[in-house]
Design a binder for this molecule. Structure first.
Ligand SMILES: *Cc1c(COP(=O)(O)O)cnc(C)c1O
Length: 392
């Protein structure tokens, strides 16, 4: 039951894997098997060994490929496994250009691992297309972007980046974790590979670690499949099932959280203790108009800056609702402290040069009642104000 005339939210529920062809089961069967019996001595079946392929994993891989508008999908043991495996498409002496506020784990991969294998990199503010063009070298093979980026929600013009990449015979990789295909489909804008931490919005319940990749081109798909099978960091079948379960509600979850994120970011701009709010849904956010052109919404993640680390500590200690944790994209609101969490792997100097201030907090808005969330924030700000008066 696959039909591109249906809208995205319908295709999340009704797709080629929504009904098991043999039994009619409306939930994909979990095939707990590591190997497959070959019925015919001379002609082996589609499956032989589960690292190379498993029907449950296939279902997830087909589903994400379809949702992203690609030809082939791949499921990995984590977002970092997906990203690392995609980077293995490069070879010694290749060079990559990477957006400067890239996810901390990707930063670590590039600077501390790939570097040892002779793969060189330049970090660039990819929102500045002139700088991007200048950073391309004769051996540049790939441009890697996250938009909106983490944690400052900077917006990169995907169409333009893909165009520049093509002009220079480079591939474009886009980490689409923050928006998911529900809000942004980079392959349609010219990207070659879309990467995901499915740990976040795609699964959506903070109960699984998973990664996905989707390619637009069959040949590139063959190469990535070879690497997935060789490197072997595939996603287990239980976790494939959890991601598929989460996907069914992706659109409603993300849109509800997005509406709350818009309300909360507008509320935060009125608060004296908040020095700046970073959210593509605010009209004065840098890149808001590009974001509007290339996506269907600002998403459910925002960041805001308080005075300093001490104010952050007081604020966090006085909150009741959001969990204070690494990660994002879940039913519960998650408040993260980038300086000590996602970007702890980045040296302080690099971090501050990228604008990741000690007063910066990132909020991934969940499905709680938005008035309750705002009330909770208000109580925490009141506590900061009261404490300030007492000190003075
Ligand atoms: C979490 C995250 C990753 C890494 O994914 P894991 O599933 O934790 O390995 C990569 N990119 C972004 C933008 C992320 O938020």
């Amino acid at each position: 039951m696959s039909n591109d005339t249906f809208t995205f939210s319908t295709r999340l529920i009704h797709n080629e894997n929504s009904v098991d062809r043999e039994t009619g089961a409306v939930s994909v069967p979990i095939n707990h098997t590591s190997t497959f019996h070959q019925f015919d001595f001379d002609s082996f079946g589609k499956y032989d060994y589960a690292r190379s392929g498993n029907p449950t994993r296939d279902a997830l891989e087909e589903t994400i490929a379809h949702l992203e508008g690609g030809v082939r999908g791949f499921a990995f043991a984590s977002g970092m496994a997906a990203i690392s495996t995609a980077f293995l498409l490069l070879s010694k002496e290749d060079h990559v250009v990477i957006c400067e506020d890239v996810y901390g784990g990707t930063f670590r991969l590039v600077t501390q691992v790939l570097h040892r294998f002779g793969i060189d990199h330049s970090f660039v503010d990819t929102t500045d297309l002139q700088k991007l063009k200048e950073s391309i070298q004769p051996n540049t093979k790939m441009i890697y972007v996250e938009t909106p980026s983490n944690p400052l929600l900077k917006v990169t013009d995907l169409k333009e980046v893909c165009r520049i990449a093509k002009e220079n015979n480079c591939l474009t990789f886009v980490d689409n974790t923050f928006l998911t295909p529900s809000l942004q489909r980079p392959l349609e804008l010219g990207a070659d590979i879309v990467l995901h931490s499915a740990t976040k919005f795609l699964s959506g319940h903070s109960d699984v670690v998973a990664g996905l990749a989707v390619v637009k081109d069959k040949e590139l798909g063959e190469k990535l499949y070879f690497l997935q099978n060789t490197f072997g960091s595939v996603l287990g079948v239980q976790d494939c099932w959890l991601v598929m379960r989460g996907l069914k509600t992706l659109d409603v979850r993300l849109k509800q959280s997005q509406a709350s994120a818009q309300r909360i970011s507008e509320y935060l701009t009125t608060i004296h203790e908040v020095k700046h709010v970073y959210y593509p849904g605010l009209s004065d956010h840098e890149g808001a108009s590009i974001h509007e052109q290339q996506s269907e919404g600002p998403g459910a993640v925002l960041s805001f800056r308080l005075e300093d680390a001490d104010t952050v500590k007081q604020f966090v200690s006085n909150l009741q609702i959001p969990v204070f944790a690494v990660s994002l994209g879940a039913v519960e609101s998650i408040l993260s402290y980038p300086a000590k969490m996602s970007h702890a792997a980045m040296p302080q100097e690099e971090r501050e040069a990228r604008g990741i201030h000690d007063g910066l907090l990132r909020l991934s808005v969940g499905l709680e009642n938005v008035d309750d969330l705002i009330k909770d924030f208000e109580t925490a700000f009141e506590a900061i104000r009261k404490n300030k008066v007492e000190i003075n």
